[in-house]
Design a binder for this molecule. Structure first.
Ligand code: ADP
Ligand code: ADP
Ligand code: ZN
Ligand code: ZN
Length: 760
């Protein structure tokens, strides 16, 4: 068995003919500044080729049903092992997917209840909320129901004759509305709000009795039907696709979503919920925090149920070991953060018995407090010790420290990177003189002269999720870091309570930049408009010519620059468009130049090069195109100098997306910026740039609020609000507020403990 994965001449994205031998069976960490090419090697080359080769082993029939991968640009890729990518893409899943179902622990619990619960509800599916034999019939196992909102359908201050029924299809005078106004069993002149319980029940669910209703050409005596029953029959208990969109939108306005009244959110039917172990039913077990559930299951020593409970305990201990003991098994996966999702996926792989795989992780320390990084390392090493190759893209010095082998990419970002600048042990990296090596050796003290606040923004009595009635002041005019272990309540406080109380805050998050597939930094930042005008003015051509979405587009590829051929029996191939040589524009447009460069040349420039180009040609000064300069500088200031103006935005990482959004928001004063873990994806050296930017925002009269674990940010903040003491129900309180220097001396804070360790 070969001992290395061998890569020769890799050229994906910015890689410059990289040759690399990655040792098998070891933990290799890839380091380097943001944009240096780490992902291009690990994800776009190794992972893609491994998947592609694996798919090739299937028959074409199967292969056609698998995702298609293009062969990465490289001279050679040899001795790969099957790769499993454990990334931060949201776990997502539908509303039926929970922590318990995704980790398979819930199916172990089902077996446990079917064998050991009393009375037993039956075989295991009897405890499944995804199976008709176990699901609550009212909500079909969703735990929530959508029901008519009678607070909106009825206006209690009016009588039926005066228009108490607000829902238009049932209003006075309508065919349906007559049923209620004309009913001899209802008082049409009494305000509905004053109905007795029995009268209201008859209005909504009543049966029996006849009512005369008039159409335009007929008059008939019908059976009375309660308003609620009629609403359900016409709008809820039917094939909704048969309703027009207009009707659906109308009805939507009269519904409200809530916890299912039949199962109280437990998702299961009565039989499943009646079955108990130690007084708890399966829904109650799934609602417990993992850390609390472990001792409950560990107590079961029955000869039949014991081994099953032990299997669940093993899996739960892995969840706890990775710092997620505050989660419950019934937590829906769409509500998990990217970092939580990645760590849960890891739990699943730890339980698998596969060996000889290549596991690939993307910054697994995201969202983890320094306290828990040691536990993350243990899990990475355990995967390795099971006989796997583990590749990790990481910036955290505590993770880099446990690598068997380091590959440092650089020296810079974008076209300035793409090379391996160091390969070897961590000790060797420290002495290598590369940027990463130098950063590893450094340490810095806490900020000695923090700014003083200009005022305060309060959150009072916040109780969202685990927050225990938190009342806290956020100082204005300074940089505040909100810290605490995962699950302590940082997002609940900042993204939840704070932004609800102060909706004018500028929230810069990592979610997708929701525009078209053709968006680029140039279009997103509005640079393209100025570039088009500039080219039109300087060359005399029409502005529309200088857009690859419009008249100037190459006709062969419609401005995409590439041609996709998806052939049934082969890998998909993307070839550069021959007509325009990948340049997206018509020839006649490419001949129109400014300063010797065509509009296509400008799109291939990095933000940094473009800044020089426009300045060198006096284009800013001559024509007052300050807009272009300001926007290009914004890209530079947020650390994205290496992005080319034409790179599709869909290819950006979460951290890059957050920074490009920030670039559009830099010119404010008096604003409150809220950023969730802005150091995501940033190298230690990049963090310096980010800090300089945040400091400038504050100096410009803004307030900056960051949720951060990075101690390099924490020690340089003006004010710290530390939540805890731990995660989940053991968190939700402010355990410290003050300056970094005060935090160093604080007791009862994990953040303080770790700050003392790094500041030395
Ligand atoms: P890292 O992982 O070190 O942050 P990447 O490998 O993601 O760096 O990026 C290396 C360079 O390649 C950067 O200049 C980046 O903008 C560029 N790049 C990454 N993905 C794409 C892509 N799909 N298309 C074009 N350029 C890309
Ligand atoms: P942090 O940001 O410090 O990691 P969070 O605010 O995300 O912490 O979580 C605090 C607590 O609230 C945890 O127990 C978490 O499981 C719970 N929680 C967070 N979001 C949700 C949600 N959407 N539904 C239910 N519980 C949640
Ligand atoms: Zn229900
Ligand atoms: Zn073309």
């Amino acid at each position: 068995m070969p001992e290395h994965i061998v890569i020769t001449g890799a050229r994906e994205n910015n890689l410059k003919d990289v040759d690399l031998r990655i040792p098998k069976g070891l933990l290799t960490v890839f380091t380097g500044v943001s944009g240096s090419g780490k992902s291009s090697i690990v994800f776009d080359t190794v992972a893609v080729e491994s998947q592609r080769q694996l798919n090739e082993t299937f028959t074409w029939f199967v292969r056609n049903r698998l995702p298609k991968y293009e062969r990465p640009h490289a001279d050679g890729l040899a001795d790969l092992t099957p790769a499993i990518v454990v990334d931060q893409k949201p776990v997502g899943g539908h509303s039926r997917s929970t922590v318990g179902t995704m980790t398979d622990v819930y199916s172990v619990l089902r077996v446990l209840f079917s064998r050991y619960g009393t009375p037993s509800a039956g075989a295991a599916t009897a405890y499944s909320f995804n199976d008709p034999s176990g699901m609550c019939p009212e909500c079909d196992g969703l735990g929530r129901t959508v029901r008519p909102d009678y607070g909106r359908i009825l206006d209690g201050s009016k009588s039926l004759a005066d228009g108490a029924i607000v829902f238009p299809p049932f209003r006075v005078g309508t065919f349906h509305g007559q049923t209620y106004v004309n009913s001899p069993d209802l008082d049409a002149h009494k305000p509905v709000g004053e109905f007795t319980a029995a009268e209201r029940e008859f209005l909504l669910r009543g049966r029996g009795g006849r009512v005369w209703v008039k159409g335009s050409t007929f008059e008939v005596e019908n059976d009375y039907e309660g308003l609620a029953d009629r609403f359900d029959r016409l709008y809820l208990k039917r094939d909704l696709s048969a309703l027009s969109q207009k009707t659906r939108d109308l009805v939507q306005g009269f519904l409200s979503e809530g916890v299912c009244p039949r199962c109280a959110g437990a998702r299961l039917n009565e039989a499943a919920l009646a079955s108990r172990i130690d007084g708890l039913n399966i829904a109650e077990v799934a609602a417990m925090e993992v850390a609390d559930l472990i001792p409950v299951l560990a107590r079961i020593d029955d000869p039949v149920a014991g081994p099953v409970a032990a299997a669940a305990v093993t899996a739960l201990e892995r969840i706890e070991a990775i710092g997620l003991g505050y989660l419950s098994l019934d937590r829906p996966t769409p509500t998990l953060s990217g970092g939580e999702g990645q760590r849960l996926k890891m739990v699943r792989h730890l339980g698998s018995s596969l060996t000889g795989m290549t596991y690939i992780f993307d910054e697994p320390s995201v969202g983890l407090h320094p306290r828990d990084v040691g536990r993350l390392n243990d899990l990475l090493l355990r995967l390795r010790d099971k006989g796997n190759t583990v590749l990790v893209v990481e910036h955290d010095p505590d993770v880099i420290a446990v690598a068997d082998h380091v590959v440092d990419m650089g020296p810079g970002a974008g076209t300035g990177g793409g090379q391996v600048v160091y390969e070897g042990t961590v000790a060797g990296l420290r002495g290598s003189g590369t940027l990463t090596g130098r950063c590893l050796g450094r340490s810095g003290g806490v900020k000695e002269r923090p700014r003083t606040a200009s005022g305060e923004l309060w959150v009072r009595g916040a109780e969202l999720n685990n927050l225990g009635g938190v009342t806290v002041a956020f100082p204005t005019g300074v940089l505040t870091a909100v810290t605490g272990v995962a699950g302590s309540g940082k997002s609940s406080l900042v993204s939840g309570a704070f932004t609800a109380a102060h909706p004018d805050a500028v929230v810069v998050d990592q979610s997708a930049v929701g525009i078209s597939a053709r968006s680029t930094p140039a279009t997103y930042l509005g640079i393209m408009d100025s570039v088009r005008k500039l080219f039109a003015r300087e060359t005399g051509g029409a502005p529309g010519l200088f857009s690859f979405n419009s008249r100037g587009a190459c006709e062969a590829c419609q401005g995409r620059g590439v041609i996709y051929s998806d052939l049934a029996f082969m890998d998909p191939v993307t070839t550069s468009c021959e007509a325009c040589a990948g340049r997206r524009f018509k020839d006649e447009v490419l001949r129109l130049t400014v300063g010797g460069r065509s509009v296509a040349d400008v799109l291939e420039m990095t933000a940094g090069d473009a800044l020089d180009f426009f300045a060198d040609h006096g284009l800013f000064a001559d024509h007052g195109d300050a807009g272009i300069r300001r926007r290009l500088r914004a890209l530079r200031d947020v650390g994205l100098t290496y992005l080319t103006l034409g790179q599709p935005l869909g290819t950006l990482s979460g951290g890059e997306r957050q920074r490009i959004k920030l670039a559009t928001q830099l010119h404010r004063t008096g604003a409150v910026y809220v950023l969730d873990e802005p150091t995501t994806g940033l190298h230690m050296a990049d963090v310096d740039g980010l800090m300089a930017l945040l400091d400038r925002l504050v100096d410009d009269g803004n307030t900056v609020l960051v949720v951060e674990h990075n101690l390099d940010v924490v020690r340089r903040a003006d004010w710290i609000i530390d939540l805890g003491p731990d995660g989940g129900k053991h968190g939700g309180h402010v355990v410290f507020e003050g300056t970094p220097a005060q935090l160093l001396r604080a007791e009862g804070s994990f953040t303080a403990e770790h700050l003392r360790r790094t500041v030395g």
